[in-house]
Design a protein around this ligand. Structure first.
Ligand code: AMP
Ligand code: ZN
Length: 125
Protein backbone atom coordinates (compact mmCIF):
# COMPACT_ATOMS: atom_id res chain seq x y z
CA UNK A 1 0.00 0.00 0.00
CA UNK A 2 1.35 3.42 -0.92
CA UNK A 3 0.79 5.15 2.42
CA UNK A 4 3.23 7.84 3.55
CA UNK A 5 2.52 7.24 7.25
CA UNK A 6 3.04 3.46 6.90
CA UNK A 7 6.40 4.34 5.32
CA UNK A 8 7.21 6.52 8.35
CA UNK A 9 6.32 3.62 10.66
CA UNK A 10 8.60 1.31 8.67
CA UNK A 11 11.37 3.95 8.73
CA UNK A 12 11.34 4.13 4.93
CA UNK A 13 10.76 7.89 5.32
CA UNK A 14 12.52 9.82 8.12
CA UNK A 15 10.51 11.55 10.82
CA UNK A 16 11.10 13.67 13.89
CA UNK A 17 9.87 10.98 16.24
CA UNK A 18 9.14 11.98 19.83
CA UNK A 19 7.76 8.69 21.10
CA UNK A 20 6.80 5.23 19.95
CA UNK A 21 5.58 1.96 21.38
CA UNK A 22 4.07 -1.18 19.88
CA UNK A 23 0.78 0.59 19.07
CA UNK A 24 1.61 4.20 18.13
CA UNK A 25 4.23 6.50 16.72
CA UNK A 26 4.37 10.21 17.60
CA UNK A 27 6.27 12.68 15.43
CA UNK A 28 6.39 16.32 14.43
CA UNK A 29 4.37 17.48 11.45
CA UNK A 30 6.77 18.47 8.64
CA UNK A 31 4.57 21.33 7.50
CA UNK A 32 3.52 22.94 10.78
CA UNK A 33 1.50 26.09 11.21
CA UNK A 34 2.63 26.39 14.83
CA UNK A 35 5.75 25.37 16.76
CA UNK A 36 5.34 21.84 18.08
CA UNK A 37 2.60 20.68 15.70
CA UNK A 38 2.58 16.94 16.48
CA UNK A 39 0.88 13.86 15.01
CA UNK A 40 -0.03 10.62 16.78
CA UNK A 41 -0.62 7.67 14.46
CA UNK A 42 -1.44 4.01 15.04
CA UNK A 43 1.19 1.61 13.71
CA UNK A 44 -1.54 -0.47 12.11
CA UNK A 45 -3.09 1.20 9.07
CA UNK A 46 -6.59 2.51 9.79
CA UNK A 47 -8.28 4.99 7.49
CA UNK A 48 -10.25 7.19 9.84
CA UNK A 49 -12.46 7.41 12.94
CA UNK A 50 -14.93 4.87 11.53
CA UNK A 51 -12.19 2.39 10.75
CA UNK A 52 -10.08 2.49 13.91
CA UNK A 53 -10.87 0.14 16.82
CA UNK A 54 -11.79 1.39 20.27
CA UNK A 55 -8.78 -0.08 22.11
CA UNK A 56 -6.33 1.65 19.75
CA UNK A 57 -8.28 4.88 20.05
CA UNK A 58 -8.12 4.65 23.84
CA UNK A 59 -4.37 4.16 23.69
CA UNK A 60 -3.98 7.14 21.34
CA UNK A 61 -5.87 9.36 23.80
CA UNK A 62 -3.78 8.08 26.70
CA UNK A 63 -0.62 9.02 24.80
CA UNK A 64 -2.17 12.36 23.73
CA UNK A 65 -2.54 13.31 27.41
CA UNK A 66 1.15 12.60 27.98
CA UNK A 67 2.33 14.37 24.82
CA UNK A 68 0.22 17.39 25.78
CA UNK A 69 2.24 17.66 29.00
CA UNK A 70 5.54 17.27 27.12
CA UNK A 71 4.61 20.10 24.72
CA UNK A 72 3.53 22.33 27.61
CA UNK A 73 6.73 21.67 29.54
CA UNK A 74 9.23 21.76 26.68
CA UNK A 75 7.72 24.51 24.53
CA UNK A 76 5.91 26.56 27.19
CA UNK A 77 2.78 26.70 25.09
CA UNK A 78 -0.37 28.17 26.61
CA UNK A 79 -2.99 25.96 24.95
CA UNK A 80 -3.30 22.86 22.76
CA UNK A 81 -5.94 21.90 20.20
CA UNK A 82 -6.59 18.27 19.23
CA UNK A 83 -7.88 17.72 15.69
CA UNK A 84 -8.60 14.58 13.70
CA UNK A 85 -9.78 15.00 10.12
CA UNK A 86 -12.07 12.61 8.24
CA UNK A 87 -13.37 12.47 4.68
CA UNK A 88 -12.77 15.29 2.22
CA UNK A 89 -10.70 17.30 4.73
CA UNK A 90 -8.35 14.39 5.48
CA UNK A 91 -5.24 14.70 3.35
CA UNK A 92 -3.31 11.60 4.53
CA UNK A 93 -5.54 8.55 4.50
CA UNK A 94 -4.01 6.92 7.59
CA UNK A 95 -5.72 7.85 10.88
CA UNK A 96 -3.82 10.59 12.73
CA UNK A 97 -4.50 12.88 15.65
CA UNK A 98 -3.05 16.40 15.45
CA UNK A 99 -1.87 18.22 18.58
CA UNK A 100 -1.48 21.91 17.85
CA UNK A 101 0.06 24.19 20.47
CA UNK A 102 -1.05 27.80 20.89
CA UNK A 103 0.91 30.64 22.44
CA UNK A 104 -0.32 33.78 24.18
CA UNK A 105 2.47 35.79 22.60
CA UNK A 106 2.94 35.56 18.86
CA UNK A 107 5.75 33.16 18.00
CA UNK A 108 8.13 33.06 15.09
CA UNK A 109 7.61 29.78 13.25
CA UNK A 110 10.81 27.83 13.92
CA UNK A 111 12.07 25.08 11.67
CA UNK A 112 10.96 21.62 12.71
CA UNK A 113 14.49 20.45 13.48
CA UNK A 114 14.97 23.22 16.06
CA UNK A 115 11.64 22.42 17.72
CA UNK A 116 12.57 18.74 17.73
CA UNK A 117 15.81 19.49 19.60
CA UNK A 118 13.76 20.98 22.44
CA UNK A 119 11.41 17.99 22.69
CA UNK A 120 13.42 14.87 21.85
CA UNK A 121 14.38 12.65 24.73
CA UNK A 122 11.49 13.88 26.85
CA UNK A 123 10.09 11.20 29.13
CA UNK A 124 6.38 10.53 29.14
CA UNK A 125 5.21 10.36 32.75
P1 AMP B 1 -4.68 15.89 7.40
O1 AMP B 1 -5.17 17.03 6.57
O2 AMP B 1 -5.37 15.80 8.73
O3 AMP B 1 -4.70 14.59 6.65
O4 AMP B 1 -3.17 16.24 7.76
C1 AMP B 1 -2.07 15.57 7.25
C2 AMP B 1 -0.86 16.17 7.91
O5 AMP B 1 0.26 15.34 7.64
C3 AMP B 1 -0.49 17.58 7.41
O6 AMP B 1 -0.47 18.47 8.51
C4 AMP B 1 0.89 17.37 6.79
O7 AMP B 1 1.74 18.48 6.97
C5 AMP B 1 1.39 16.15 7.51
N1 AMP B 1 2.40 15.38 6.81
C6 AMP B 1 2.38 14.96 5.52
N2 AMP B 1 3.49 14.27 5.22
C7 AMP B 1 4.23 14.23 6.35
C8 AMP B 1 5.49 13.65 6.70
N3 AMP B 1 6.23 12.97 5.81
N4 AMP B 1 5.95 13.82 7.98
C9 AMP B 1 5.23 14.51 8.87
N5 AMP B 1 4.03 15.06 8.62
C10 AMP B 1 3.54 14.93 7.37
ZN1 ZN C 1 -0.84 3.72 6.41
Amino acid sequence: MDCIFCKIINNEIPSYTIYEDEIVKVFLDVNPNCNGHTLIIPKKHYLDLDDIDQATLNHIMKIAKKIKKVLEEKLNCDGITLIQNNGCIQEVKHYHLHLKPHYNNSQKLENVQDVYKKIKGASLN
